[in-house]
Ligand binder design. Structure first.
Ligand code: SAM
Length: 472
C-alpha cells in the first residue's frame, strides 16, 4: 500500500502504485480534458503528483506536448532565471566490491586499472581543477570498505578544502558515494559537504536486484532508504537520480517523484537536486545490451515533466550528454551542468589519454571549461560559480523557501555576476572575457533595484581590481 510517510522503501516506492499509475497514464494519454486540468494545476507552479506527471509523460496529443515544453521553459525561467551553476566531478577511487552490471568498476572487471588517489594526488587534481576555474566539486568513489573507507573520503574532503592555489579555492564539495550509515552521514555533514548525491539506478526492485547481483549495493531497501538516513544524520540537501536505460523510463519517472513526495512528507523538504544520467558505453559495458535505452526526444520530455512536477528542485546534466543534447535540456529545466569533466581517477592532472586510464564511462561533451562557459553565454545563459547558499546556511527547507518565494532571483543573480567576474579575471581566454564582460553589463543593467545595482557594480569593480576576499 503506497504510503509516502512510511520509512520502508517498499511502502514509499510501492510497486503496485507505480503499476496502477502507469495504467492510469496509458488510459488517459489522449484525455484532453484531464491533460488540460493537469496543465492548469502545473501553471500554479506548485508541482504535480506522480500520477499527474505520468499522464503528461504519456500524453500523445502533439499540441499538448508543445504546451508541456513551453510550460517547462517558463517555470525554469521563473524559478532559476538564466543562471546555470557549474561543477566538475572528482573521481577519488575506482576500487569497488559491488557487482553492478552496467558499471565498469564492478568487482569482476579485470581490464580496468584500479586507482586510488593519495592525498598528494588529490592536491594535484584540485590544483588542476582550480586552474580551470572550478569552485564546486562532486566527489565520486566506488564502494570498498577496505580501500575507500569513510575515513579516506573525509581525509580527501579536508585536503580539498585546505588547498588555495593562486586565486583558486573549492568552496563546495558535494559527495556521490555509496549508501552508508547515519553515523557516516553525520561525519560527512561535519566535514562540510554540500549535497549528498546518490542515484537510485532503478526503482524497480526486481530489476535492481538483478542489476546489482553481488556486494552491499544488492540490498534494495538499504539503498533506497539512504536519503532518510542522510537526513537523519543532518544532511539537508540530498540529490536524487536514476540511470536511464536500465528500466522502463515511465516506471522510473513515477517512482522518482514518489521518492520526492516521500522526502517532502517525512522531512518537510524535497530533493535539492535531481540528476538525469543516461547509460553510456564504458570499459566492459556495451549499452546496446540493455533494452531500455531512451532517445533524445523522450529524454527531453522526461526533463520537461520533472521540471513541471518539482519546480523548486535543481536539475543536473553531466558531460555524459553531447553539446546538442545539453543545449536542449538547458532550456527545459536544467540548472546545473558539469564542464571539462574527467571520469578517470587522476584524470585532471594526468597527461595520459583517458583510454589508458581508469575512466568510468565515455564522456560526450569533451570541451574545455572555457568553451563551455563561452557557449553558455552565447546561449544567453549566465554561468554561475556561486556557492554562497550553503555557506550562509541556506540549505534544506531554508533554500526551498528562497526558491518558492522566488527570491532566488534577487539573491543568486548578483552572486552569479560576481563569481562569473572572478572567473573572467582569473581564468578566461580573451574572447570569453570580452563576451563575459558584455554579458555582465547587460545583466547588471536589468537589476531592478538601483541600490542593489550600485552595490553589485562596486563589488564588480573591486574584483576587476584584484580583490578576492568575497565569499560567494
Ligand atoms: N559508487 C557509488 C554508488 O554506489 O552509488 C556512486 C559513484 S558512481 C562513480 C556514480 C554513478 O555513475 C552511479 O551511481 C551510476 O548511476 C553511474 N554510472 C555507472 N556506470 C555508468 C555507465 N556505464 N554510464 C553512465 N553512468 C554510469
Amino acid at each position: 500500500m503506497y504510503n509516502p510517510s512510511s520509512l520502508k522503501a517498499e511502502e514509499f516506492i510501492d510497486h503496485e502504485e507505480v503499476l496502477e499509475t502507469l495504467a492510469y497514464a496509458q488510459e488517459n494519454k489522449s484525455n484532453e480534458e484531464l491533460i488540460d486540468q493537469i496543465l492548469e494545476k502545473a501553471r500554479e507552479r506548485k508541482g504535480l503528483s506522480h500520477r499527474e506527471a505520468a499522464v503528461l509523460l504519456d500524453c500523445d496529443i502533439p499540441g499538448k506536448n508543445q504546451e508541456i515544453f513551453e510550460l517547462a521553459k517558463q517555470i525554469k525561467q521563473d524559478f532559476y532565471g538564466n543562471r546555470i551553476v557549474m561543477f566538475a566531478p572528482l573521481y577519488l577511487s575506482n576500487y569497488c566490491v559491488n557487482g553492478c552490471v552496467y558499471c565498469p568498476y564492478h568487482m569482476k572487471n579485470k581490464h580496468i586499472a584500479r586507482k586510488k588517489l593519495t592525498q598528494e594526488e588529490v592536491r594535484k587534481e584540485v590544483i588542476a581543477l582550480q586552474d580551470m576555474g572550478h569552485k564546486r566539486l562532486a566527489l565520486e568513489a566506488g564502494e570498498d570498505p577496505v580501500n575507500n573507507p569513510i575515513e579516506y573520503i573525509l581525509e580527501c574532503i579536508d585536503t580539498i578544502y585546505s588547498i588555495h592555489h593562486k586565486n583558486g579555492d573549492i568552496r563546495r564539495v558535494n559527495v556521490n558515494i555509496a549508501a552508508t550509515t547515519v553515523e557516516n552521514y553525520r561525519r560527512l555533514k561535519e566535514a562540510g559537504i554540500g549535497t549528498y548525491i546518490l542515484f537510485q539506478e532503478t526503482y524497480h526492485k526486481e530489476s535492481y536486484e538483478k542489476l546489482h547481483p553481488t556486494g552491499p549495493k544488492h540490498d534494495y531497501a538499504y539503498h533506497t532508504e539512504a536519503m532518510d538516513r542522510a537526513m537523519e544524520g543532518g544532511i539537508d540537501d540530498v540529490g536524487l537520480g536514476v540511470l536511464f536505460g536500465l528500466e522502463l523510463y515511465r516506471y522510473e519517472l513515477a517512482a522518482l517523484l514518489m521518492h520526492a513526495e516521500h522526502l517532502e512528507a517525512v522531512h518537510g523538504v524535497g530533493p535539492h537536486t535531481i540528476s538525469v544520467p543516461r547509460l553510456k558505453r564504458a570499459d566492459d559495458i556495451d549499452p546496446d545490451t540493455f533494452d531500455n535505452g531512451i532517445d533524445d526526444d523522450t529524454f527531453a520530455k522526461i526533463i520537461a515533466c520533472i521540471r513541471i512536477s518539482v519546480p523548486y528542485t535543481g536539475m543536473i546534466i553531466s558531460t555524459r550528454e553531447s553539446q546538442a543534447c545539453r543545449e536542449r535540456a538547458l532550456e527545459l529545466g536544467i540548472s546545473q551542468i558539469s564542464g571539462a569533466s574527467k571520469t578517470s581517477v587522476g584524470g585532471y592532472a594526468s597527461e595520459e589519454p583517458e583510454e589508458e586510464n581508469s575512466e568510468q564511462f565515455d564522456v560526450s561533451d569533451k570541451r574545455t571549461l572555457d568553451e563551455v562557459v563561452r557557449w553558455l553565454m552565447e546561449l544567453d545563459c549566465l554561468p554561475s560559480f556561486c556557492t554562497a547558499c550553503y555557506r550562509e546556511g541556506r540549505t534544506g527547507d531554508r533554500f526551498m523557501e528562497l526558491c518558492k518565494s522566488r527570491q532566488i532571483m534577487n539573491c543568486c543573480h548578483p552572486n552569479a555576476l560576481m563569481t562569473l567576474m572572478e572567473y573572467l579575471m582569473d581564468y578566461a581566454t580573451d574572447e570569453t572575457k570580452s563576451i563575459g564582460e558584455e554579458m555582465i553589463e547587460r545583466e547588471l543593467s536589468q537589476i531592478p533595484s538601483e541600490k542593489v545595482r550600485e552595490l553589485v557594480s562596486e563589488k564588480l569593480d573591486r574584483i576587476r581590481n584584484g580583490e578576492r576576499d568575497f565569499r560567494f
